[in-house]
Design a protein around this ligand. Sequence first.
Ligand SMILES: *[C@@H]1O[C@H](CO)[C@@H](O)[C@H](O)[C@H]1NC(C)=O
Ligand SMILES: *[C@@H]1O[C@H](CO)[C@@H](O)[C@H](O)[C@H]1NC(C)=O
Ligand SMILES: *[C@@H]1O[C@H](CO)[C@@H](O)[C@H](O)[C@H]1NC(C)=O
Ligand SMILES: *[C@@H]1O[C@H](CO)[C@@H](O)[C@H](O)[C@H]1NC(C)=O
Ligand SMILES: *[C@@H]1O[C@H](CO)[C@@H](O)[C@H](O)[C@H]1NC(C)=O
Length: 191
Amino acid sequence: MAKAIPNVTSTSFTIFFFSLLIATKAQEFSRNLSQKKLGLKKEKLSHLHFYFHDIVSGKNATAIRVAEAPMTNKSPTFFGAVVMMDDPLTIKPELSSKQVGRAQGIYASASLNELGFLMVLNFAFTEGKYNGSNLSILGRNTVLSTVRELPVVGGSGLFRFARGYAHAETHSVNFTSGDAVVEYNVYVFHY
Ligand SMILES: *[C@@H]1O[C@H](CO)[C@@H](O)[C@H](O)[C@H]1NC(C)=O
Ligand SMILES: *[C@@H]1O[C@H](CO)[C@@H](O)[C@H](O)[C@H]1NC(C)=O
Ligand SMILES: *[C@@H]1O[C@H](CO)[C@@H](O)[C@H](O)[C@H]1NC(C)=O
Ligand SMILES: *[C@@H]1O[C@H](CO)[C@@H](O)[C@H](O)[C@H]1NC(C)=O
Ligand SMILES: *[C@@H]1O[C@H](CO)[C@@H](O)[C@H](O)[C@H]1NC(C)=O
């Protein structure tokens, strides 16, 4: 009996001591980490080239207006229109060419005086080494300009720590249906 007491005490003390240690660790809010430990080697610069199909017409539309303001249809710039898209990305201008991913997100008319969209979207790639990796874009798209530049604000998978820009250039527009094909050149730093 006399022997059991110190044993219990020392066990409790050991548990107490370790929980203190764990608590101290858990309380750490941030730490310095080497790039190597995170598996980051050398930063690379990649160029991606593809065509974006904004299909707004027909049964198989991939871009659909989901919201608008009372003034949107009277506005020369469709101000307030919000469009949700899941647009296919292909390697050639033809929709039937190989699909490399989808552009998923929102474009919204954000300019009263000019056709200018706020673009918030992810490129979700499904082909080659970038299959499963994504790039996030947040930018301004004045669709009537020859070349629009949209910042790449981040990415996932092989595009972790991504930064860069995308150049968008209209390839063709069907003025009857409103469908458009846009050529994209994306320049991105990543590991
Ligand atoms: C992290 O690195 C900075 C700059 O090198 C240094 O000032 C800081 O003390 C380091 N923090 C820790 C927790 O090691
Ligand atoms: C829509 O997609 C379906 C399935 O892929 C296809 O059979 C149909 O022809 C398409 N319709 C139009 C109008 O493109
Ligand atoms: C992309 O990855 C998915 C999931 O891992 C797989 O099912 C698909 O076959 C891959 N596609 C290509 C073209 O490699
Ligand atoms: C990229 O987006 C796809 C959806 O298209 C998702 O399934 C996948 O988990 C994302 N990849 C990473 C690495 O987060
Ligand atoms: C443009 O769209 C209209 C209406 O959907 C369609 O009938 C026509 O074939 C399209 N023109 C081209 C060149 O694709």
